[in-house]
Write a protein of this length. Structure first.
Length: 514
């Protein structure tokens, strides 16, 4: 079954992330459901696409907004969704008859938050406003005088008002003055920019770094010199290299040495992870998250479509929101980082329609807004299986969340007690072509946060793997954090991202200390 899940951020008045609207479909040809089998299929979609990677991994502790039509409201699907984090968004197409009102009141009594989507004044919806905690108003489809009336009517009742389709600075400013509590729309990921604005020195350094790591032959000394200009970047690099991500017996304190240790491939991703938060220091944190998700998603789709230089996909997604990060027009912002012509052409819309990278970017943008028909069309052009797209997006969202907390996680995991383990473990994983592989690993040590193994073949860094062995107390998913050739085999470190290792340890295990 094809699985599609996209998320759109929702912000509060301070620009802080409040939650995500999660969009999903089980059938791109028919968005309606016609019986018990379809309802069961939809439950399967939610279980597989959300809970297989974890709702927490998708919404990061924030509220999850789900669109519900009549069949879903009446079908008992909500029993598998946690009421503490879920907002039940009732679509405007739902007829608010007595049956629906009764079902919604039961959900309200169970503790679920009810939201009314694309709300307009209609006496039939009044019973639902008595239990609704949120009302969403389409700014583009509702006159300002009507919006003001809705705000005066429902805010005094304690209902939070959400302005959706906020796409310009003027619309956002008006919505704030009008008194909306929450906001959703393109404005937050691509705000109106101010031409000619000076870029602060720390951001200029980050832009220089981002430009430098695009060269095919990296100049490590120049990279180290640029990093040394900023104390924060220097500290991040030292902390990164001295973390459990790298299997080393001694700590490293030289920046030149650090850059060499990280290596060409990893240093490019590290610069992106370290520089983006600095570039977005005065922006909502979701701009950084969105940039990283796009970067990984574009890279993965480029790989699936057979584009040889898949790293161009990462750069394309990463820089697609650069104007929002540094408050310059996109064309000027891209000149600051001297991007390859192919990426500039995609982001500025100057490439021909049949360009593969352009189609990858178009697919990503349409996926983010839940335009599933367009997603299917672009997937066909790129010869990507529809079922692989949802998995790639879920992996990208999870990767971005992990990447943003990478340093803290690795510093903490370094202090976990490691135990030697004797035995073998089968590790399923997926190679660059999307083919399922299984490697036999010899266990070396294990902790509550990860494990170390020896395998005969190379498993690339950041690859997702499955680790399950009940006898050893190991279960769940993890990512490869380093892969070093050692004595004819590859020494691999795996960090748990779901599940992990639990005591009691198998009889063969023996503690060896931190």
């Amino acid at each position: 079954m094809d699985v599609f899940v996209a998320r759109q951020p929702i912000f509060d008045r301070k620009g802080q992330l409040y939650g995500y609207e999660l969009l999903f479909r089980s059938d791109l040809d028919n968005n309606e459901f016609d019986g018990s089998e379809a309802a069961s299929a939809t439950m399967q979609v939610i279980a597989n696409s959300i809970f297989s990677i974890g709702l927490e991994n998708l919404v990061c502790g924030k509220k999850a907004f789900f669109n519900f039509n009549r069949t879903l409201l009446m079908g008992g699907l909500l029993s598998i969704l946690p009421k503490e984090s879920v907002v039940v968004e009732i679509l405007e197409s739902v007829e608010p008859d007595a049956e629906i009102v009764t079902a919604c009141r039961e959900l309200y009594a169970q503790g679920y938050t009810i939201a009314l989507d694309d709300f307009v004044r209609d006496p039939r919806f009044e019973p639902l406003t008595e239990i609704a905690k949120l009302i969403k108003v389409d700014m583009r489809a509702t006159a300002k005088t009507e919006q003001e009336h809705l705000l005066r009517t429902y805010q005094p009742r304690g209902i939070a008002m959400l302005a959706e389709k906020v796409e310009t600075r003027e619309e956002f400013d008006w919505a704030q003055r009008a008194g909306y509590d929450l906001f959703q729309g393109y404005f937050f990921t691509r705000p109106v920019v101010v031409r000619g604005r000076q870029v602060p020195a720390c951001k200029a350094t980050c832009l220089q770094l981002l430009r430098e790591v695009q060269h095919s032959d990296l100049d490590f000394k120049k990279l180290a010199a640029l990093i040394s200009r900023d104390v924060s970047l220097s500290h991040k690099l030292l902390q990164y290299v001295n973390s459990a991500l790298f299997y080393r017996a001694v700590e490293v304190r030289s920046l030149d040495h650090c850059v060499v240790i990280v290596g060409e491939d990893n240093i490019r991703h590290w610069v992106a992870l370290a520089a983006l938060p600095i570039l977005a220091k005065d922006k909502p944190g979701e701009v950084v998250t969105h940039s990283l998700v796009r970067a990984r998603f574009c890279e993965r789709l480029a790989q699936l479509s057979g584009i040889q230089e898949k790293e161009l996909g990462f750069l394309m997604g990463l820089f697609s929101l650069l104007d929002a990060l540094i408050d310059l027009p996109l064309e000027e912002a891209l000149l600051r980082v001297n991007l390859p012509p192919a990426i500039r052409g995609v982001l500025l819309g100057t490439l021909r329609e049949d360009d593969a990278l352009k189609n990858v970017y178009a697919l990503v943008c349409r996926y983010e807004v839940g335009d599933w028909d367009a997603v299917t069309a672009f997937a066909a052009k790129l010869k990507i299986q529809a079922s692989a797209i949802g998995a790639a997006y879920a992996e990208s969202a999870l990767w971005a969340q992990q990447a943003l907390h990478l340093t803290t996680q690795k510093t903490d995991s370094r202090r976990k007690v490691r135990h030697t383990v004797r035995g073998t473990l089968s590790i399923p994983w997926e190679d660059a072509s999307g083919r399922e592989r299984t490697s036999t690993a010899n266990l070396i040590n294990v902790s509550v946060s990860g494990l170390q193994v020896l395998v005969a073949e190379q498993i690339p860094v950041s690859t997702y793997v499955t680790c399950n062995d009940a006898k050893l107390g190991i279960s769940g998913r993890g990512t490869v954090r380093y892969c070093n050739f050692s004595k004819g085999k590859y020494l691999i470190g795996i960090e748990f991202i779901g599940g992990g290792w639990r005591e009691p340890l198998a009889p063969s295990a023996q503690a060896v200390g931190p």
